[in-house]
Design a protein around this ligand. Structure first.
Ligand code: GLU
Length: 311
């Protein structure tokens, strides 16, 4: 078993990040597997300098370690997406050789968001404007590259927390971006290629990325690459029941640490929220993994509200 934690270095680790990191870490550690840390820094304007190192520090403080990653290396290095462009280019070339890629010079606004993971509510169906435009025509601007999604692209999979799911990618999403006009590879392509290349067996992430999974699986199936299993855990909400914003400094691991909260207090509560333990008593990462060894992991489907106080 191989799992990964794939933070975007756009700010400090917040509780939602710690939650998915704990879930993927425990799954691997309870089953004798390996943990990969991958830094998803594809979108230059969103990257905050120094944040990848701070996130790694916060994970270490929590007691969540990794076997492969930017700092320790490993058989699938590099583990930082901005250093992996050759692999993404090769995947686009392979799809192009199948006749599945076309240039698109539609407006930037539509295309801009392609490099970031589209968290809930950001979906947009591309109507296929450039799909059948003649090859070699004059472009209005530097084009993006899109996948020509096959019309029979119904993609089904068994989610480890949510059961059988499927989606008609052509109908619901349309031809999605593989590479933006500025040359940045899209989140969907990069993540699918990296998970396959790094031989991730279980992608554990929050449910707001569930809608991306059929696209990633479609790419892997078209490329004939290894398919991981997926586990989509629920969201962490703030004490008022709203989605955690990256900007909310109160819910960062660092802020809790500075306020004197211990790793065991944080992990104990997260573990209960995830369905890994019956109590929310403080527990170290190792204790949580040990408990999970002897039980069937039944991931919760309920969003978890971060407590307003930690004593
Ligand atoms: N880097 C993405 C994010 O932080 C997560 C990608 C994933 O788990 O697939 O939103």
């Amino acid at each position: 078993m191989r799992t990964r934690f794939a933070p975007s270095p756009t700010g400090d680790l917040h509780l939602g990040g710690a939650w998915t990191a704990l879930a993927s870490w425990v799954l691997a550690r309870a089953r004798g597997g390996r943990v990969v840390l991958r830094v998803e820094d594809l979108d230059p304007p969103r990257v905050v300098a120094g944040s990848a190192a701070r996130v790694a520090e916060d994970l270490t403080w929590l007691g969540l370690d990794w076997d492969e990653g930017p700092d320790v290396g490993g058989p699938f290095a590099p583990y930082t997406q901005s250093e992996r462009a050759e692999r993404y280019a090769a995947a686009v070339d392979a799809l192009d050789a199948l006749g599945l890629v076309y240039p698109c010079d539609c407006s930037r606004k539509d295309i801009a968001r392609a490099a970031s993971a589209p968290h809930a509510g950001e979906e947009l169906r591309y109507p296929g404007t450039c799909r059948d435009a003649p090859r070699g025509r004059a472009m209005k601007r530097e084009p993006a590259l899109r996948l020509r999604v096959p019309t029979d692209a119904r993609v089904g999979f068994d989610d480890g927390a949510r059961g059988r799911l499927d989606q008609d990618v052509a109908r619901d999403v349309g031809d999605f971006v593989l590479r933006r006009a500025d040359g940045v590879y899209a989140y969907q392509l990069a993540v699918a290629v990296d998970d396959a290349h790094m031989q991730i067996t279980h992608v554990v992430r929050a449910v707001d990325l569930l809608a991306s999974t059929p696209r990633q699986l479609l790419l892997l199936r078209l490329l004939g690459m290894h398919e991981p299993s997926y586990v989509h855990v629920p969201l962490v909400l703030d004490a008022d029941g709203r989605r955690l914003a990256k900007r909310a400094p109160r819910e960062t691991v660092r802020a809790l640490r500075e306020a004197g909260v211990t790793p065991a207090q944080i992990l104990g509560r997260l573990a209960q929220g995830l369905g890994l333990r019956d109590t929310d008593e403080p527990a170290t990462a190792a204790e949580i993994a040990r408990d999970a060894e002897s039980r069937e992991i039944a991931w919760t489907r309920d969003d978890w509200r971060a407590p307003s106080t930690w004593e």
